[in-house]
Design a protein. Structure first.
Lengths: 380, 346
C-alpha cells in the first residue's frame, strides 16, 4: 500500500531497534509516555514492545478521548437519547462506553432511543435536514484533531439556518492534560512514577503545531518528540528521546515533520477559536477536574449548544472503586495491576473506560499483548 | 377460466400484502417469478415439500439466514450469496451439496424487477454449483417491517468417502491454509453502504467452494482435519473458534497472509483489520504437515484457490491464543472480535 508500507518496513525497523539497543544506557531505565491512544494502538498492533530493550518502557497516557470521557457525560447523553424528539448522532466507539450502573448508549438504543452511528459530522447535518420535525444532536468528542470538523459543522448549520441541530460538546485539549500529569503528586512528590519524556501526538499536532508543548520542555524539563502514528515513526521517535535523555537535553523535536509544523494549521485553529472556547474546568476520567481542558460553544453560538437547548444538568458519577483506570491513565499502574482486568473487565463487558476503545491501554493490552503476561509468568 | 388473469408486471409492479396471503396472487408470484428463475422437476410438482433420493453415505444438513444490506453489491446480491453461503456450509464438511430450500420474507412494496434479478441470481448460482432449490416459502410483511427482503435457506448434501472433518481435530504441528485474499466481501459491501460510500474496484468473492474442496480432499485425504469458511468475524474469529474447540494455539506469519492492496487500503481508511472482515468465497483448512504441500498445490491449481497460502501452524498453548508475528517483526495476539465490526454483512 503506497504511502503506508514505506513506514512499516521491517528492515528499517530492525535497524532502528538495533540503534536504540546500542545507544540506550543499560544501567538506567527510560520511561516514555506516549500520550495518544493512536500510539498506544500502534505499539500493540505492531508488537513494538518486542523490539525495545527491557529498560526502555512505554507508559500509556490518557490520549484516548473515549477513555477519558467520564461516566456522567455518558449518562447525560443517555438522558438526551431518551427524549422522544431527539435523534442522537454519535461516533461508533461511543456505543459501549460504560455509564453508571451498567448503562450504555448501546443499551439505550435497544430500549428505543434513536441513536445513530455516523462517520462524519456532515452525516449528522444530513440527518437533521431529513428530519426537520425532530431534534438532532451531535455528540462531539475528541482532542484537537476532531474539533475543527465540529466547528465547521456548527458554521454549516448556521449557514443552512437549521433550527433543529445542536452539539453536545465534549472536546478536550491535550496540553492542559499533559501539564496535569506532570503536576500530579504521583510524579512531582511521591516519585511513584517517573516520566523521562513524551512521545507527542501526531494528528493533534498537525492542528495545534509543536509550539504548545514547549512548556513541557522548558518548565518541566521533559523532552517531547512529536511522532507520526506509523510504527517506523514511533521507533525513530523513541530513538530521538533516548538521545535527548542521554545528552541531558529537553527540547521539543518533530519526528513527524512531513505533516506537523511549529504553528500548526492556522485556518483550523481560527475556525475553532471563532466558535468554541475553553471551559473553566472539565472532568476527565482518571484525572478528575482539569482546569481549562475542555471546550464549549461560545455564547454567540448558544442556540447550537445541546446543553443549553435541553437544559442538561452536569451529572457526576463515581467510577467503580476497584477500577484502576485513573492510575493506569496517569502511568502509575499497568493494566495487569488492576484486579478487574481480564476477570470481569473485558472488551465485551468493559467496567472501566480503558477497556472500551481499541486505543485504550487495557483494551490494547488485552487484544494484542496479553500473551506476554503468560510468557513472563512462565519465565519467572 | 385461467388461473392467473393478468401477467405479473415485472417492470413496474411491486409486492403487496396479497402476495403473501396464500391466494392466487401468491401462487402467481411463485410460478411466474420463482419457478421461472430456478424451477426444476421437484418444484414443478407444486408440493409443500419434496422427496429425494440420497445415495450411500452420511447426510449433511445446514441452515442459514441472509439479511445483507445493501441487497445488491459489487460481485453479487442476496440471492447468489444465499446459495453460495449454504453450499459452502455443506462443503466445509467435505460433503457434496445436493438440495437447498429457500424461504423469502419480503417487505410490502418490494419491486418485482428487483425480486426477479435476485431470483435469477439464485437460479444461476444453483446451476453453476449443480444444486437444486427443491422447496421454498414466501411471506410478505407490512412496509417498514423488513428491510426489503430476507432469505432463509436450508441445504443437504452427502458425504461418501468416510471423511469426518470437525473443529476439534486440529493438532499441534498442523498447517493453516487459506484459499486466497482476505476481506474482499466485507469491503465490497462497505463500499456501497449509504453512509460510507467510497470508490473501489473490489468485488465480493462470493462463490461456491465445493469443487475446490473436492480437489483438496482428493489431494489430502485423511490428512485434512477440518475446513471452515471465514464469513462474519473473518479469519480471526474462525481461527479463535478452532483454537478453542481443538484446545491448541496458532502462530501465524502476517507476511504470508494474502490481502489485496485495494482491500488493505480501504481497511486502513476505515480503521478496520482485514483479518476481521467477512469473506464469502474463501476457506480455511487445517491439515497435517505431511499433506500440506500437496493440498496447497491442489488449491493453487483451482481457479478459486489461485492465491492460496500456508500462513501458519497449530502450536501447543493452554490459553489457546492465536498469535501472529507481524510483518514489522513484533508479536501480537489476533483476538476474537469484540462487538460488531460491521453489522448485516451476509
Amino acid at each position: 500500500m503506497k504511502y503506508a508500507d514505506e513506514f512499516r518496513d521491517k528492515e528499517i525497523a530492525l535497524g532502528l531497534a538495533k540503534a536504540i539497543r546500542s545507544e540506550a544506557d543499560s544501567q538506567r531505565p527510560y520511561r516514555f509516555m506516549e500520550f495518544c491512544g493512536g500510539h498506544t494502538h500502534a505499539i500493540s498492533r505492531y508488537g513494538l514492545e518486542d523490539m525495545l530493550p527491557k529498560n526502555v518502557r512505554m507508559i500509556h497516557g490518557p490520549g484516548c478521548p473515549v477513555c477519558v470521557l467520564p461516566a456522567g457525560r455518558i449518562d447525560m447523553a443517555i438522558r438526551l437519547a431518551e427524549r422522544p424528539e431527539v435523534i442522537l448522532c454519535i461516533y461508533g466507539d461511543l456505543m459501549r462506553v460504560p455509564g453508571s450502573q451498567g448503562a450504555s448508549l448501546l443499551k439505550a438504543k435497544a430500549r428505543g432511543g434513536d441513536i445513530r452511528m455516523v462517520y462524519s459530522t456532515v452525516d449528522a447535518i444530513r440527518i437533521a435536514e431529513q428530519n426537520l420535525e425532530r431534534e438532532v444532536v451531535f455528540f462531539a468528542i475528541g482532542f484537537e484533531t476532531t474539533t475543527p470538523p465540529t466547528a465547521v459543522v456548527i458554521r454549516l448549520a448556521e449557514k443552512k439556518r437549521l433550527g433543529n441541530f445542536t452539539v453536545f460538546c465534549n472536546h478536550v485539549l491535550t496540553p492542559p492534560a499533559m501539564q496535569n500529569i506532570l503536576e500530579s503528586p504521583d510524579i512531582r512528590n511521591i516519585g511513584r512514577v517517573e516520566i523521562d519524556g513524551f512521545v507527542g501526538p501526531a494528528h493533534v499536532s498537525i492542528v495545534i503545531g509543536t509550539e504548545p508543548y514547549e512548556f513541557c520542555a522548558e518548565e518541566f524539563g521533559r523532552p517531547v518528540v512529536i511522532s507520526g502514528f506509523e510504527p517506523l515513526d514511533m521507533m525513530q521517535a523513541i530513538l530521538m528521546l533516548v538521545r535527548q535523555v542521554n545528552e541531558h537535553r529537553h527540547q521539543v523535536e518533530n519526528q513527524y515533520s512531513r505533516a506537523v509544523t511549529r504553528e500548526g494549521n492556522l485556518r483550523a485553529k481560527e475556525e475553532v477559536s471563532d466558535i468554541l472556547e475553553p471551559r473553566d474546568q472539565f472532568e476527565w476520567r482518571g484525572l478528575g477536574l482539569v482546569p481549562y481542558s475542555g471546550l464549549k460553544l461560545k455564547r454567540t453560538y448558544a442556540r447550537f449548544d445541546a446543553e443549553i437547548r435541553f437544559g442538561m444538568n452536569e451529572l457526576r458519577v463515581a467510577d467503580n472503586p476497584a477500577c484502576e483506570c485513573g492510575m493506569i491513565l496517569r502511568g502509575v499502574k499497568k493494566p495487569v495491576d488492576c484486579k478487574l482486568f481480564g476477570t470481569v473487565c473485558m472488551p465485551e463487558t468493559p467496567m472501566g473506560s480503558c477497556m472500551v476503545s481499541c486505543e485504550g491501554a487495557c483494551a490494547a493490552h488485552w487484544t494484542y499483548g496479553r500473551f506476554r503476561d503468560h510468557q513472563q509468568r512462565r519465565a519467572s | 377460466m385461467k388461473a392467473h388473469q393478468r401477467k405479473l408486471d415485472i417492470k413496474n409492479g411491486c409486492i403487496d400484502l396479497s402476495h403473501g396471503s396464500g391466494g392466487r396472487a401468491m401462487s402467481q408470484l411463485i410460478s411466474g417469478l420463482f419457478h421461472e428463475a430456478f424451477g426444476n422437476e421437484w418444484l414443478a410438482r407444486g408440493n409443500d415439500q419434496s422427496a429425494f433420493d440420497v445415495g450411500g453415505g452420511r447426510m449433511v444438513m445446514t441452515t442459514d439466514g441472509y439479511v445483507v444490506s445493501p441487497l445488491f453489491f459489487p460481485g453479487g446480491n442476496i440471492g447468489s450469496l444465499a446459495v453460495h453461503g449454504t453450499v459452502n456450509d455443506i462443503a466445509m464438511a467435505g460433503a457434496r451439496p445436493l438440495y437447498l430450500s429457500a424461504s423469502f420474507i419480503i417487505e410490502e412494496g418490494f419491486r418485482f424487477s428487483d425480486l426477479k434479478r435476485i431470483a435469477e441470481s439464485i437460479g444461476e448460482a444453483a446451476r453453476v454449483a449443480g444444486v437444486y432449490i427443491i422447496t421454498g416459502d414466501t411471506k410478505v410483511v407490512e412496509r417498514g417491517k423488513a428491510d426489503g427482503l430476507y432469505i432463509s435457506t436450508a441445504g443437504v448434501g452427502v458425504l461418501t468417502d468416510g471423511l469426518d472433518l470437525s473443529a476439534e481435530k486440529a493438532r499441534v504441528g498442523d498447517r493453516v491454509l487459506i484459499s486466497g485474499t482476505l476481506g474482499d466481501h466485507g469491503v465490497a459491501i462497505m463500499s456501497k453502504r449509504q453512509n460510507l460510500a467510497f470508490e473501489t474496484d473490489v468485488v465480493s468473492d462470493s462463490a461456491s467452494l465445493h469443487d475446490l474442496v473436492a480437489e483438496m480432499v482428493a489431494a489430502g485425504r485423511k490428512g485434512i482435519r477440518l475446513m471452515r469458511d471465514p464469513t462474519r468475524g473473518g479469519f480471526a474469529a474462525t481461527l479463535n473458534e478452532i483454537a478453542h474447540q481443538s484446545g491448541v494455539g496458532f502462530r501465524l506469519q502476517e507476511e504470508t497472509i494474502p490481502v489485496k492492496p485495494a482491500v488493505a487500503a480501504a481497511c486502513e481508511l476505515l480503521g478496520l483489520d482485514p483479518l476481521y472482515v467477512a469473506n464469502e468465497g474463501k476457506l480455511v483448512a487445517i491439515v497435517s504437515p505431511d499433506v500440506a504441500e500437496g493440498v496447497l498445490a491442489a488449491m493453487k491449481a483451482h481457479p478459486l484457490g489461485r492465491d492460496s497460502a500456508d500462513v501458519g501452524e497449530a502450536v501447543a498453548d493452554d490459553h489457546h491464543f492465536v498469535q501472529m508475528t507481524t510483518s514489522f517483526g513484533g508479536g501480537r495476539i489476533v483476538d476474537w472480535l469484540s462487538g460488531e465490526q460491521l453489522p448485516r454483512i451476509c
